[in-house]
Design a protein around this ligand. Structure first.
Ligand code: XUL
Ligand code: MN
Length: 344
């Protein structure tokens, strides 16, 4: 395995330090600045929410939205940066207060579908066939407020509308078990692949896996990735890290568990992830104390760690590991991994 990986980040990864208990700690930066930083870091692609691509999107006509998307494409082309995906931001508007596709308000469900169809049009303008769906508020504040079976029907109806809207679009559903909801309806990759089978085009319904979201579900990220890869459904990736089953932390890749990061990279290597044009995206946020001068470090460090771990995966003594596995000598296998990671 020797292909080189291509890297991607989103404008929101230069976050300003705000959390539920305090305001921004860094002044916002312009999109042009972020694009320049991305280039300096040696990244190849940018991922976009619909309103990252077209700010204040709800105040604009469809024609204006498309014109701005076209203009953005020209800027990206000028910089040699690819648009990796577009994702409708369906958790900010007052019209998504009870969820988007699964809201109990029919007018709000319609809004969510229309906005998603528009995101597909933006994706087309930007030259990507991937629509990412993080189903942020598709869950409940309390269980009795909705019926899960009904919610699944509404989700399938929405996915079908998107698949019918554009014969080329592929839906990459990003599962997350909780936050902002107590329980989400599509919490794991298993749920994504199961619901994909009920859509009008299962072949165009796949997944994006985020490390932190797997950990929040109490699952092993490399196993989740392996599962999606086995089905040919891992179309995008958000690598980061997460300290236990707490709030979503979006730490730099490898920050909490270098060993788990190694396992994830080893999985990607084994399946040749990236060879079909997939990108390695980092969905990381700088720590709240980060000064503006170090703003890009969370992305740069994640990429460095990733590349070091690619080397580790490629130099791991697989023959020795197989010998130990055949003898069920997991004690020695454990130490083989640890010493390989520790280095000389
Ligand atoms: C939320 C999350 C989002 C998605 C894109 O936890 O990961 O940033 O990746 O909408
Ligand atoms: Mn993500």
């Amino acid at each position: 395995m020797s292909h080189t990986y291509r890297f991607c980040a989103g404008p929101w990864n230069w976050s300003e330090g705000r959390d539920p208990y305090g305001p921004e700690t860094r002044p916002a930066q312009t999109f042009d600045w972020k694009l320049r930083e991305l280039k300096k870091l040696g990244f190849d692609a940018m991922m976009f929410h619909d309103d990252d691509a077209v700010p204040d999107i709800d105040t604009k006509t469809h024609a204006q939205v498309l014109a701005e998307a076209r203009e953005l494409k020209r800027r990206l082309d000028g910089e040699g940066i690819v648009a990796e995906m577009v994702a409708p931001r369906l958790w900010f508007s007052p019209r998504t207060v009870d969820g988007a596709y699964t809201s109990n308000n029919p007018a709000d469900r319609r809004y969510a579908i229309d906005r998603s169809l528009q995101s597909i049009d933006i994706a087309r303008e930007l030259g990507t066939d991937i629509l990412v769906l993080w189903l942020a508020r598709e869950g409940t504040y309390l269980r009795e407020a909705k019926r899960a079976g009904q919610a699944f029907d509404w989700l399938i109806e929405a996915f079908d509308a998107m698949l019918a809207h554009d014969p080329k679009i592929r839906l990459a559903i990003e599962p997350k078990p909780n936050e902002p909801m107590d329980h989400a309806y599509v919490p794991t990759i298993g749920h994504v692949l199961a619901i994909a089978t009920l859509t009008r085009d299962p072949a165009r319904t796949g997944a994006l896996i985020e490390t932190a979201h797997c950990i929040l579900a109490g699952l092993d990220p490399s196993d989740e990735m392996e599962f999606a890869l086995r089905f040919g459904k891992l179309w995008s990736l958000h690598l980061n890290d997460q300290n236990g089953l707490k709030y979503d932390q979006d730490k730099p890749f490898g920050s909490v568990s270098l060993r788990s990061a190694f396992d994830q990279v080893r999985t990607l290597e084994r399946w040749n992830y990236g060879a079909k044009g997939e990108y390695v995206c980092f969905d990381v946020h700088p720590f709240r104390t980060t000064a503006p001068g170090q703003w890009s470090a969370a992305l740069d460090n994640s990429r460095r760690t990733f590349l070091r771990l690619v080397e580790k995966a490629r130099t791991f003594d697989e023959t020795r590991a197989q010998e130990l596995i055949s003898k069920l000598d997991y004690q020695a296998l454990d130490q083989l991994v640890l010493e390989h990671l520790l280095g000389k």
